[in-house]
Design a protein around this ligand. Structure first.
Ligand SMILES: Cc1ncc(COP(=O)(O)O)c(C=O)c1O
Length: 373
């Protein structure tokens, strides 16, 4: 076979990109092990979406031969009402992941710099690298984003900064006051992407009032998603909010028809079911408490979380523990790629899931870690 002339085609930065390691799909585990499994690996809502959203998807199928509304009018209108913003301040994406990449693609080029926290959602790094811009990584401080050092990392070439609040994988948050100080006096050439994928789970009064920044027309893009509390990760729908001119620029670069008709309809129906959201948040709070107490009893350290997952430190090789838990039909996420080589990230599940996980973890931790042998 002829050699493919990759070196003539691929820009140098693209060859340095490492693909994003997704959570192991439940179907793959069940196929490999011939047994049902539970997935606590990708911070999804264990209760799934509102039944109203499922019904809306069914209804949308009658028109699935037609392209969706590329501008997502009905959903953007609903979101605008809900957030008390003009529609011109809202853009839809195929998950917030698409909007993270869109923000990078729209505003960064090879001469620029993008900043991401070091142990945070890996897509930020990839999105910056894909544009050929220079990636600056800033380490966490006490498992939280170090906003002071991130500010210090800004140079005249910095165009985009990604901040996750709460942070994945640590589940920590920064406060409104901290963000105010961060944004104060920040150069006009820097766009701050505030990724609030887990916002709905936060029940703290001092959480960021990001939409005020959007209303004030600050240089921020606030991202939210239907993948977490709304239980629609498989539908791929997220949205961004920002200054109308910012949104318009993103819209120019956006792929037409990026969000499907079933996804738009599901999201619209999901927004109507506030009870489902409230119940999901309430059960998450209770189960996070349960898991935290049980892990403490087991002597397993974890980072206190405001979100729907826990970063737990077993003090052992996380890849080995991940594989052992798979043998127990429990899928979690090993955190080596996030610079936590002895930690696992566990999504807070139903009580039954959590009990299965705790029992499996107990058995795994009772076996010697390879390094101990
Ligand atoms: C911080 C953060 N942002 C965004 C996402 C992506 O969500 P979406 O499904 O909307 O692309 C995730 C998913 O795990 C996440 O942890």
């Amino acid at each position: 076979m002829q050699k493919f002339p990759l070196q003539d085609l691929l820009p140098s930065w693209a060859s340095r990109i490492r693909p994003y390691p997704t959570g192991k799909p439940i179907e793959e585990v069940e196929r490999e092990l011939g047994h049902t499994a539970i997935k606590l690996a990708s911070n999804e809502n264990p209760f799934g979406p509102s039944p109203k959203a499922i019904e809306a998807v069914r209804r949308s199928l009658d028109r699935v031969h037609l392209y969706p509304d590329s501008a997502g009018y009905a959903l953007r209108k609903k979101l605008a009402e809900m957030h008390q913003l003009e529609m011109s301040r809202i853009i839809l994406g195929a998950g917030s992941t698409e909007l993270i990449e869109l923000a990078a693609r729209t505003f960064l080029s090879v001469e620029d710099e993008g900043i991401a926290p070091e142990s945070s959602f890996l897509i930020y790094q990839l999105a910056i690298q894909e544009t050929g811009a220079t990636l600056t990584l800033v380490p966490l401080r006490d498992h939280g984003l170090d906003l002071v050092r991130i500010r210090q990392a800004v140079t005249p070439r910095t165009k985009v900064i990604f901040l996750a609040n709460p942070n994945n994988p640590t589940g920590t948050m920064f406060t409104a006051g901290e963000l105010d100080r961060f944004l104060e006096g920040l150069s006009a050439h820097v766009l701050v992407v505030l990724d609030e994928a887990y916002f709905d789970y936060v029940e703290r009064d001092d959480y960021s009032h990001s939409l005020d920044y959007v209303r004030e027309g600050k240089n921020v893009l606030v991202l939210r998603t239907f993948s977490k509390v709304y239980g629609l990760a498989g539908m791929r729908l997220g949205y961004g909010m920002g200054h109308p001119e910012l949104i318009e620029s993103l819209d120019r670069v956006r792929t037409p028809f990026n969000t499907s008709r079933p996804a738009q309809w599901a999201a619209l129906a999901a927004l109507e079911d506030r009870d489902h959201v409230a119940r999901s948040v309430e059960i998450n709070r209770r189960e996070r408490q349960f898991l935290s107490e049980e892990l403490t009893l087991m002597g397993v350290r974890f980072t206190p979380s405001v979100a729907n997952f826990l970063l737990i430190d077993t003090g052992r090789d996380c890849e080995q523990d991940f594989l052992k838990l798979l043998q127990e039909y429990v899928i979690v996420r090993p955190m080596k790629v996030y610079n936590f080589p002895t930690s696992l990230r566990v999504t807070i599940g139903t009580r039954e899931d959590n009990e299965i996980f705790l029992e499996a973890l107990g058995r795994v931790m009772a076996t010697p870690a390879p390094a101990d042998r």
